[in-house]
Design a protein around this ligand. Structure first.
Ligand code: HEC
Length: 122
C-alpha cells in the first residue's frame, strides 16, 4: 500500500510520454490536410492577387497584355532565382530588362518564391 502513489505517478507519466510521442510522430491533427507545399502555393496565389498580376497577365494569368505566366508559358524560362530577380530588379530570364508597364516590385524573398511555386501549378 505504501508504494501505490508512486506507481500511480509512474503510470501517469508513462501515459503522458506516450501521448507526447504520438503527437510528435503524427505531427498533430493538421498534418494530413496542409503540407508545407500546398501552404506555399496558397500563399503565392493570394500574393498574385495583392500584387495585381492578373490585371495585366489575364484573370487566369495565362496572358492578356502581358505574357502567360503559366508553367507552359513564360515561367518555363525562369528558375526560382531568376524569377525573383525579374520581380525585384525587372530583369528577364535572359538578363535583359523587362519593359513597362511590367512593374518592378519590392518583394520579400519568400513572396517571390511563393508566387513562383503557385505559377508552377497553373
Ligand atoms: C501593369 C501591368 C503588369 C502587372 C501589374 C504585372 N505585369 Fe508582368 N508583365 C507585364 C508586361 C507588359 C510584360 C512584358 C514585358 C516585356 O516583355 O518586356 C510582363 C512580363 C512579365 C514577366 C516576364 C515574362 C517573360 O517572358 O520573360 C514575368 C515573369 C511577369 N511579368 C510576372 C508578373 C507577376 C508575377 C506579376 C505580379 C506579381 C506581374 N507580372 C504584374 C505587365 C504587368
Amino acid at each position: 500500500m505504501k508504494k501505490r502513489p508512486f506507481n500511480q505517478f509512474i503510470a501517469a507519466t508513462t501515459l503522458l510520454m506516450a501521448a507526447t510521442i504520438f503527437a510528435c510522430v503524427t505531427g498533430g491533427p493538421k498534418s494530413a490536410v496542409a503540407s508545407p507545399t500546398t501552404d506555399l502555393v496558397a500563399k503565392g496565389k493570394t500574393l498574385t492577387t495583392s500584387f495585381t498580376c492578373a490585371g495585366c497577365h489575364g484573370p487566369d494569368l495565362k496572358g492578356k497584355m502581358g505574357p502567360s505566366l503559366a508553367s507552359s508559358g513564360a515561367l518555363k524560362k525562369y528558375t526560382k532565382a531568376t524569377f525573383e530577380r525579374a520581380m525585384n530588379l525587372g530583369i528577364d530570364a535572359m538578363g535583359k530588362p523587362l519593359h513597362p508597364p511590367m512593374p518592378t516590385f519590392h518583394m520579400a524573398k519568400g513572396q517571390a518564391d511563393a508566387i513562383y511555386a503557385y505559377l508552377k501549378t497553373i
